[in-house]
Design a protein around this ligand. Sequence first.
Ligand SMILES: [Ca+2]
Ligand SMILES: [Ca+2]
Length: 87
Amino acid sequence: MSYTITVRGAGTEHTDLRCDETFAATPPNVEEYTYTVSLLCFDLNRSGGVEAGDISAWMDQPVDLDRDSAVDAADLGLVVEAVLAAP
Ligand SMILES: [Ca+2]
Ligand SMILES: [Ca+2]
């Protein structure tokens, strides 16, 4: 799942959104730019959480999770890691 966000300014000044942790005296403005954020969703069986069933779901219908255009063990590894890290 990917989200595309385009920051739009009001005129030439962007006063609502500023960079953080730059050590500048005044946080610099954020430039107009399109940001794309890609999120990985490991709830492959749509159970509402990441659990062992997601590994089975990947085995039943493998998908390219790391977007390298290959469906392989690396993608399965991501699912297994997510399941092991799930609370
Ligand atoms: Ca799940
Ligand atoms: Ca892949």
